[in-house]
Design a protein around this ligand. Structure first.
Ligand code: PLP
Length: 470
């Protein structure tokens, strides 16, 4: 294909995209294909001869589309939403057209300087204090890994990267049982070892870390000659929205001089609304915070906002400067690749700029407030429905329930069958989690095109399908 043929297809793709988004609600939310179906429809060998875009596009519709789960569907209530708002898609289209690799300031100054400004816009949107600097990571997992590596290096007086961990005291990192598994992976990758990730018991409705138990664990480790290195807290955990008492836990972290990282991957977006900030009092004292605009702010995947109180610690941990990556003769520049594990970087700030300007903070706040209110209405309705029990209460727009008719011995099996049957039906999409060992079904609302009717329709689907289960 030549560039002078591009716009014809660019227009067709734009029309297709608009039509797709306007009608996606008519499709089953979760892909209904069986394992191997798409794979088997694809030729086993690459083509020797060129093919036309007409044919490629036809195959895209016939082979690829049936195997797509529609994350932009208005009745996507599974996991967390991953919104691709129209301005975000346009920005990504421009980014793909420019295709810059933004590892250094000089490899696209606009990308770097826009990232600095956009991260500061996001900082202000969450009402974090002035002292935080920000970087866009590809995922919350990467931000957490970067934070764990920083914890490790600080605790080892910056010797870990050079000397490895063999001659060191075991490092200990503390979190609750509710944190995302990206924390476990970060611990593995950092060489700290799963056995040194200490799960602190939780308490209360928010299923948050018990700060007294945190201090007890730290003291026991110190007495045993181990080295506490950091605390990882969560605000809006994946399973049930678990939220640690940030201020109380940071009191302990500060007392023992431990680096703190807060994973607010999902719920961080809600902090653009002042009325939800009571969920993280003391957040301004954290060393590192991550949240994903690619979940609930309409800035499409991938875009993780990582805020740092002392970016120099992160840069000291990750920066590596061979001659070819140096920029001579320019003062005061930032090379964001020194703030993250990958060297290469996409131009992600453009879509933040497009989204924040298109909706304004008030437009975004209204969407989130609607999701939370509608989700609460559905919660109230299901709570009043015979044979259903609420397991965890709404945290923002997330709560969990069980179908528990009298006389059923294996409720885990029943609820697994229920969630599978709901997803096979295709009108809505839900996923399961475990709460205190029991299998429960999660509900969250957060898709930008969702309406109150979409949310309330979930009641009809859930109860209708539950009744049909034997
Ligand atoms: N932390 C929490 C609380 C999450 O819910 C998720 C994903 O849903 C993650 C971390 C991982 O996010 P990412 O896919 O950006 O690595």
């Amino acid at each position: 294909m030549k560039w002078n043929e591009f716009s014809e297809w660019g227009r067709k793709v734009a029309d297709w995209a608009q039509d797709y988004h306007l009608t996606v609600g008519d499709r089953p939310v979760r892909a209904q294909t069986e394992p191997g179906e798409v794979l088997n429809a694809l030729p086993v060998a690459p083509p020797e001869a060129p093919e036309t875009m007409d044919k490629i596009f036809q195959d895209f519709e016939e082979i690829v589309m049936p195997g797509i789960t529609h994350w932009q569907h208005p009745r996507f209530f599974a996991y967390f939403a991953a919104n691709a708002s129209p301005p975000s898609v346009l920005a990504e289209f421009l980014t793909s057209a420019l295709a810059p690799q933004c590892m250094l300031w000089q490899t696209s100054p606009a990308a770097t300087e826009m990232e600095t400004r956009m991260m500061d816009w996001l900082r202000q949107s969450l009402d974090l204090p002035d002292g935080f600097a920000g970087v866009i990571q590809d995922s919350a997992s990467s931000a957490t890994l970067a934070a764990v590596l920083t914890m490790r290096e600080k605790a080892l007086d910056w010797q870990g990267n050079q000397q490895g961990l063999f001659a060191q005291k075991p490092l200990r990192i503390y979190c609750s049982s509710e944190v995302h598994t990206s924390v476990d992976r970060a611990i593995w990758v950092a060489g700290i070892g799963q056995q040194n990730l200490i799960r602190i018991p939780i308490k209360g409705d928010w299923r948050g870390m018990d700060p007294v138990a945190l201090e007890t664990a730290i003291k026991a480790d110190l007495a045993a000659g181990l080295q506490p290195a950091g605390v990882i807290l969560c605000v809006g955990g994946t399973g049930t929205g678990a939220t640690d008492p940030i201020a109380d836990c940071l009191d302990v972290a500060e007392k023992y001089d431990l680096y703190s990282h807060v994973d607010a991957a999902w719920a961080g977006s809600a902090m653009i609304c002042p009325e939800y900030r009571h969920y993280w009092p003391g957040i301004e004292r954290a060393d590192s915070i991550v949240f994903n605009p690619h979940k609930w702010l309409g800035v499409q995947f991938d875009c993780s906002a990582h805020f740092l109180k002392a970016p120099d610690d992160l840069v000291r941990t990750l920066a590596i400067q061979p001659e070819y990556l140096k920029t001579h003769g320019k003062d005061g520049i930032i090379n964001y690749s020194e703030w993250s594990v990958p060297l290469g970087r996409r131009f992600r700030a453009l879509k933040i700029w497009f989204v924040l300007r298109t909706y304004g903070l008030e437009g975004l706040r209204n969407r989130l407030r609607d999701h939370i209110n509608w989700s609460n209405s559905l919660h109230d309705r299901l709570a009043a429905t015979a044979d259903f029990e609420i397991v965890t209460p709404p945290m923002w727009s997330l709560w969990s329930f069980r179908y528990a008719p009298n006389g059923v011995a294996d409720l885990d099996d029943l609820n697994l069958r229920l969630v599978n049957a709901i997803n096979d039906d295709g009108r809505i999409y839900l996923t399961q989690t475990r709460v205190d060992g029991d299998l429960v079904i999660r509900f969250q609302a957060g898709q930008f095109e969702t309406t109150k009717d979409d949310v309330m329709m979930a009641h009809e689907v859930i109860t209708e399908i539950a009744k049909g289960l034997s």
